[in-house]
Design a protein around this ligand. Structure first.
Ligand SMILES: Cc1ncc(COP(=O)(O)O)c(C=O)c1O
Length: 502
């Protein structure tokens, strides 16, 4: 009874089939939470902090009383109906037939999509710049990856995406492949030409899926690369929490038929989500959708302008470079101009040192740093003031920097990231007994773990691959030159985990 009163706004909203354009002004989840709070409903349900009343006082002060008040549990049926209404509005906004709200990030979308669309042993053509959550999806499903390595920029350690020709060659060699799965855009803002890739896969009736975690904003402005859904893919996951206004963990899985079965995806989404979502995370997806549906183009216009102003101002500083499509040698429509990849090598600073100085002395927090520079994200949340502070801080760096030798990035070669012989599926390698061996002695062994140098964030080793001398040499030289790796249990790479054969 309580919940049907509390959910009057959602219950009265249109069913998905009857959503009128001006329903985009509504936000079913936010409306439901507001209704709950204005009726002063007393919860005898989870979460136990009871609308913030029981929270640690320091945390309550930090979050404000409203945040706890909005963390409430709706009756299950009303919850499902309200979220479904909000998802249908999101589907229209992101150009999908069906959208699913995710509270476990794009990571869970990668897993849900693969669980719904492939079976153990199925071949999947995968861009090798895959995120670890996609590797987890390969382990969960037992699919057999056919990796396609992205091209690497010859001097900058940046992956340039995969081409339609790469995909055609992989499909020719693996005509039974069920799925093509790509990451686009990359962390560094480089998008693949998805339209051409979709056209190549369509001819063979192969499903195309895109990990678009770094592209939730793409569909909202013509100066950005075309979005995955606009390019005709069958499914894409995207993270509004990364570059729009979702709270952390808020992501969307977008799909369309006929190759993808919505009911099966819905089941897989349930398998990969918590059953106790933080309502503010779901509400943030609802609010983000309303902003984008009503005002997305203007917000992105302003964001792109701010990023371009920053790029111009930073480039005027001696010793500083900022990447763009022409420095990467790619078409403008394949680069996201809101990404500021700032190169400090001309100053003789590593990105690591620059990041520390920016944080400690200027209260500027980049997204990440590597030896060559830093990555800064410009989003709809930025203002002329935030941009000026970034530029002023970078301009001040040389004066406060410690003397340092020029930062030479350890090189990862195209040969090192090329797919090796796949002796086992990632799942078989993951569940096989393994042991640590000295990297120098690992040639010919089967990798039990991924080894991913940053940059370029593309694995040299993936689980189940035979380890070649070229890969070992690249990793040994890289580590000696200060390469940073993820994925391996021993990130110093004194040892690497391999499958135990006897
Ligand atoms: C390409 C890619 N896919 C997926 C993810 C995971 O996204 P989330 O943090 O939303 O789970 C990331 C995270 O950085 C990513 O870089």
């Amino acid at each position: 009874m309580l919940s049907s009163v509390a959910f009057a706004p959602a219950a009265q909203a249109a069913t998905p089939a009857r959503i009128a354009p001006d329903h985009q002004k509504r936000a079913p989840i936010i409306d439901a939470l507001e209704f709950y709070s204005t009726t002063r409903t007393i919860p005898f349900s989870t979460p136990g902090h009871k609308q913030g009343a029981g929270l640690d006082s320091g945390l309550r002060k930090l979050l404000g009383s409203q945040f706890g008040a909005a963390d409430i549990w709706l009756n299950t049926a009303d919850h499902d109906r309200t979220v479904r209404l909000a998802e249908d509005l999101a589907a229209r906004t992101w150009g999908a037939e069906r959208s699913f709200f995710l509270v476990n990030g794009s990571s869970s979308g990668n897993q849900a999509f693969l669980l719904a669309n492939v079976a153990p042993g199925d071949e999947v053509i995968v861009g090798r710049d895959l995120h670890q959550s996609f590797l987890a999806a390969l382990i969960l499903t037992g699919a057999r990856p056919v990796y396609v390595a992205p091209r690497l920029h010859p001097s900058l350690q940046v992956g340039l995406g995969v081409t339609a020709q790469d995909i055609v060659s992989a499909l020719d060699a693996h005509p039974a492949a069920k799925l093509v799965a790509l990451t686009s855009p990359t962390y560094w803002g480089v998008a693949s030409n998805l339209g051409e890739i979709v056209a190549a896969a369509r001819g063979r009736d192969v499903t195309v899926y895109v990990d678009e975690a770094w592209g939730p904003h793409l569909g909202f402005h013509p100066c950005l690369p075309p979005s995955a859904m606009a390019s005709g893919v069958d499914g894409a996951v995207t993270s509004p929490h990364k570059l729009l206004t979702g709270l952390s963990q808020a992501a969307l899985l977008n799909i369309r038929g006929p190759r993808v079965d919505a009911a099966r995806v819905a089941g897989a989404v349930k398998l990969t989500q918590t059953t106790s979502p933080l309502m503010p995370v779901l509400a943030s997806l609802d609010g983000c959708r309303r902003q984008m549906a009503l005002d997305g183009r203007r917000l992105l216009e302003r964001t792109i302008q701010l990023a371009e102003e920053a790029r111009r101002a930073l480039r005027r500083l001696p010793g500083i470079d900022v990447l763009d499509a022409s420095s990467l040698g790619i078409p403008a429509e394949q680069y996201d101009p809101t990404r500021l990849v700032i190169d400090f090598q001309g100053l003789g600073l590593t990105g690591y040192v620059a990041e520390r100085l920016l944080r400690e002395q200027f209260q500027i927090a980049p997204e990440m740093s590597d030896r060559a520079g830093i990555v800064c994200l410009v989003t709809v949340g930025d203002t002329p003031d935030s941009i000026q502070r970034l530029v002023r801080a970078v301009a001040s760096l040389p004066r406060c920097a410690m003397p340092q030798r020029a930062a030479i990035c350890p090189r990862v070669t195209g040969e090192a990231i090329a797919p090796g012989e796949q002796a086992m599926t990632p799942r078989e390698a993951y569940f096989a007994p393994s042991r640590a061996v000295s990297l120098a002695l690992a040639v010919g062994e089967v990798a039990a773990e991924a080894v991913i140098p940053y940059p370029p964030g593309i694995p040299v080793l993936t689980p189940g691959e035979v380890i070649s001398a070229v890969k070992v040499d690249c990793l040994r030289e890289g580590i000696a030159a200060g390469m940073h790796v993820r994925g391996a249990a021993d990130t110093t790479l004194q040892t690497v985990r391999v499958v135990r054969t006897s």
